[in-house]
Design a protein around this ligand. Structure first.
Ligand code: PEP
Ligand code: MG
Length: 885
């Protein structure tokens, strides 16, 4: 611990500065900074966070020398103010405030008006006036008792309420000096009753009581849980700021207020704030009186008197001050001020919190004002804020009754009637109804229903479940793994706590928080304005990672392009198989008894696949498109319910029993590790041959007829051995050569593989010799590395993860677990044999901010994510580059 424990500020000089947030906390560092800037800050001192750490490590004892340092600092304050602490005549009063490195709003404690007792209150009355003195005294007893002595505030509030009634007045500020005096006597009785001790009269004892209470508030239950939620380290500690009081409650020429240097909700460049005449800071926060707008720009139609009219001199000073602060900090500030007898004092400045819209707007404006550089602007907006901008969100002004909470699987918010089946969702959609699809889990057959719904709620499944992945791809809100809801398909309802929600009832889901809400909550759309476009242009200039999208429908590909995708990183061809018009041919193909039959069925699918690829190439206008050959186990395409089986048997001209027997042979015991991916390609070469032909013919025809470049990348999934890759690559090339010869055209295309089996990482050097590109399929790679299998809905043992038994959320960043190590090892080995191999990622983590930073570090060429995450990933990629520098 450093020798210096107490940092003084006052009269234009400060021992601290804004750079010292770790030691002085945010508030202390900025009070010091404002003092050095020559702004009107009441003098005071900051007890460092190191003292807090010492306090906790040493059974709540203070380090030696602290008392002397505090004493000395108080003498300095006394000299500047011209008043003396604990002296009856003209007493100095102090404020004691917490202040950690990062703001923890409302979590820790504050004591104002400290130093008052039965004697000093007389001195204060003489120096100012009696009413003010007793108002300050009753406030002090109330606050100190609450914060330091643990006497609940409601005792005091009740007494004030009684007094107001007795005096027949509406607000505290109308209470007379006599009433306030009487209250002080009553308050002291409450303290004696509640604590068994008299209220401390000795100012030194009050001071140390308050300092201890502030330090102790670091450990209060609410502060601890706040830190847990916001991932703030326990050992940071808080500083304590002790400052000469200035009074906003000394009369009608006094006020207190808060303001933002720009509008925190829109980012508009206008000074924006609220104030109260004749009040102290906590009155503004407590909401007892309605604050007034500081100027007409803040008025929003309010008729209340504005500060610029009421106290023009102090207001002009405030304007000058905020301009100095914004220029100095080069960011929007959130300030607190007090006006005492017409004179302005600054009590706090900090970087103001803002909405996503405002963050972009302010960053762009500040570049134009030459306050910050484009690089700084890029770092000022978080990827989460960009994400918010892309989705509608719940109107925060609206009340909501939350009935359940699941995983925030796909952001955005939506309301609609509850339905329990995809068919019903599609039916109601046709009637222009808005629905929320509620399922235990979803499967590929639900795509239509999901598409017809406003949002999806599932009881099972995690962040990588089918519902979550597909919803993210569609840009629709989804709450997954909401285990508390009890779905009863038979009776078409779900139960949760005391609620029974039936089909047709309206609910709202918030996919950004995981909340399920009763009834309709209006949403607000954030629009992507000119500011956003300009901001994203800078983002693109500074990143080196390319960003692609995982998409397989022309619609999704188009969306991806409008969001700035630079290619398709993963086109899952099986998604094209599920469409109603195709599934029958697909089933015929799978159930074929001979190669000939299979080829006949494939011929039916071929033209459709080819048209799909054409449409995708067309939308991508020359950007690379990675097309993955068929991946999932075949049984996923087969019918499951009895009626479906019966009707398929009829079409195939076979008996139900024969079909059932065949289905049993195709059933995978371990679908994720069974007969899937490249293994299907080895067993049924004609499937991949059909797909490769469709890709190449589509590309050739497009080049010939539409005259724009096409860049197909053919990807073989699930490779675990070099031999598999060699065999399949040869098959692929054979078809390609044939098609090119037939079409008489040259075309550049590449063949590569997905890396999604741990063994593929280990043999990356061998594979890289033969592959033009690698795409890390981190969904499979994660589950295989962690030894967690996905259930049919594709989720990683959600209950396990929920209960915190498995310490990893499989969706979270790659660099946190062994998966990242495997990826890094694979890159290193691959580059040994193929320096220029193209490397990308297409698992769900491809859209995760810290994974993007990780991929940037490893020198990836691109990341690929769902279309709606593309702008988020672009920003994350630019920030990763800037951070690396
Ligand atoms: C993966 O495994 O990461 C991947 C993208 O493939 P899928 O999710 O389709 O198995
Ligand atoms: Mg996979």
């Amino acid at each position: 611990m450093s020798d210096k424990k107490v940092f003084f500020f006052g009269e234009g000089k400060a021992e601290g500065s804004r750079e010292m947030k770790n030691l002085l906390g945010g508030k202390g560092a900025n009070l010091a900074e404002m003092t050095s800037l020559g702004l009107p800050v009441p003098p005071g001192f900051t007890i460092s966070t190191e003292v807090c750490t010492h306090f906790y490590l040493n059974k709540q004892q203070y380090p030696s020398g602290l008392e002397a340092a505090v004493h000395e600092a108080i003498l300095k304050v006394e000299k500047i103010v011209g008043a003396k602490f604990a002296q009856q005549d003209n007493p100095l009063l102090l404020s004691i405030r917490s202040g950690a490195r990062v703001s923890m709003p409302g979590m820790m404690d504050t004591v104002l008006n400290l130093g008052l007792n039965d004697e000093t209150v007389l001195g204060l009355a003489k120096a100012a006036d009696e009413r003010f003195a007793y108002d300050s005294y009753r406030r002090f007893i109330q606050m100190y008792s609450d914060v330091v002595l643990g006497v609940s505030s409601h005792h005091f509030e009740n007494l004030i309420e009684q007094e107001r009634r007795r005096e027949n007045v509406e607000s505290d500020s109308e209470l007379s000096a006599k009433s306030l005096k009487a209250l002080v006597t009553e308050f002291k009785k409450v303290v004696l009753m509640e604590t068994g001790k008299t209220f401390p009269m000795e100012p030194q004892q009050q001071l140390w009581g308050a300092i201890s209470a502030v330090f102790s508030s670091w450990d209060s239950a609410r502060a601890v849980s706040y830190r847990r939620i916001h991932k703030i380290p326990e050992d940071w500690g808080t500083a304590v700021n002790v400052q000469a009081m200035v009074f906003g409650n000394m009369g009608e020429d006094c006020a207190t207020g808060v303001a933002f240097t720009r509008d925190p909700s829109t980012g508009d460049k206008r000074f924006f704030g609220e104030y109260l005449v004749n009040a102290q800071g906590e009155d503004v926060v407590a909401g007892i009186r309605t604050p007034c707008p500081i100027n007409s720009e803040s008025a929003n139609g309010s008729q209340l008197a504005t500060l610029d009219v009421l106290m023009p001199k102090a207001y002009a000073e405030l304007v000058k001050t905020y301009q100095v602060l914004e220029k100095h900090y080069r960011d929007m500030q959130d300030i607190e001020f007090t006006i005492q007898k017409g004179k302005l004092y600054m009590l706090q400045t900090r970087t103001g919190k803002r909405t996503a819209n405002a963050a972009v707007r302010i960053a762009v404006d500040m570049v134009k004002e030459k306050l910050i550089s484009p690089k700084e602007a890029i770092m000022r907006v978080t990827p989460a804020q960009v994400e918010q901008l892309l989705h509608p969100r719940l109107d925060p002004r609206h009340k909501k009754e939350v009935i359940a909470k699941g995983l925030p699987a796909s952001p955005g918010a939506a309301s609609g009637e509850v339905v329990f089946s995809s068919e019903e969702a599609e039916e109601l959609k046709k009637k222009n109804k808005k629905v929320i699809l509620v399922r235990h889990e979803t499967s590929p057959e639900d795509i239509g229903g999901m598409d017809a719904s406003e949002g999806i709620l599932t009881a099972l499944g995690g962040m990588t479940s089918h519902a979550a992945v597909v919803a993210r791809g569609m840009g629709k809100p989804c709450v997954a793994g909401c285990g508390v809801i009890n779905i009863d398909y038979k009776n078409q309802l779900f139960k949760v706590a005391q609620y029974v929600i039936r089909k047709g009832d309206i609910i709202t889901i918030d996919g950004a928080t995981g909340e399920v809400i009763l009834g309709h909550v209006p949403t607000i759309n954030s629009q992507l304005d000119e500011f956003f476009k300009e901001f994203m242009q800078w983002v693109d200039e500074y990143r080196s990672l390319k960003v692609r999208a995982n998409a397989e429908t022309p619609h999704d590909v188009k969306v991806a392009r409008t969001f700035g995708a630079e290619g398709v990183g993963l086109c899952r061809t099986e998604h094209m198989f599920f469409e109603e018009s195709r599934i029958l041919a697909v089933r015929e193909m799978i159930l074929a008894d001979s190669k000939k039959q299979r080829e006949a069925a494939l011929q039916k699918i071929f033209p459709m696949q080819k048209e799909d690829f054409k449409a995708i190439f067309r939308e991508m206008k020359g950007w690379p498109v990675t097309i993955r050959l068929l991946d999932p186990p075949l049984h996923e395409f087969l019918p499951k319910t009895e009626p479906e089986i019966v009707s398929l048997a009829r079409v195939l001209n076979t008996s139900k029993e024969t079909l059932q027997a065949k289905l049993r042979t195709l059933h995978e015991f371990n679908p994720m590790l069974g007969h899937r991916g490249c293994r299907l390609g080895v067993s049924f070469p004609e499937i991949y041959a059909m797909q490769v032909r469709a890709i190449l013919e589509a590309a050739c025809e497009l080049i010939k007829k539409e005259d724009h470049p096409v860049e197909p990348e053919i990807m073989i999934p699930f490779i675990g051995a070099l031999a598999e890759y060699r065999l399949l690559k040869a098959d692929v090339l054979e078809v390609c050569e044939k098609v090119l010869a037939e079409q008489r055209i040259t075309l550049s295309f590449t063949v590569g593989t997905m890396i999604e089996i741990p063994r593929a990482c280990l043999i990356a050097d061998q594979l890289a010799e033969e592959a033009a590109f690698f795409s890390f399929g981190t969904n499979d790679l994660t589950q295989m590395t962690l030894g967690l299998s996905r259930d049919d809905s594709g989720s990683f043992l959600p209950l396990y993860v929920e209960k915190g038994i498995y310490p990893i959320d499989p969706f979270v960043s790659l660099d946190q677990e062994g998966v990242g190590e495997l990826v890094s090892l694979a890159c290193e080995r691959a580059r040994k044999t193929n320096k220029s191999i193209k490397i990308g990622i297409c698992g769900e983590q491809g859209g995760d901010t810290s994974t993007i930073e990780f991929c940037n570090r490893l020198g990836f060429n691109y990341v690929s994510c769902s279309p709606f995450r593309v702008p988020v990933a672009r920003l994350a990629a630019a920030q990763a580059t800037l951070k690396a520098k």
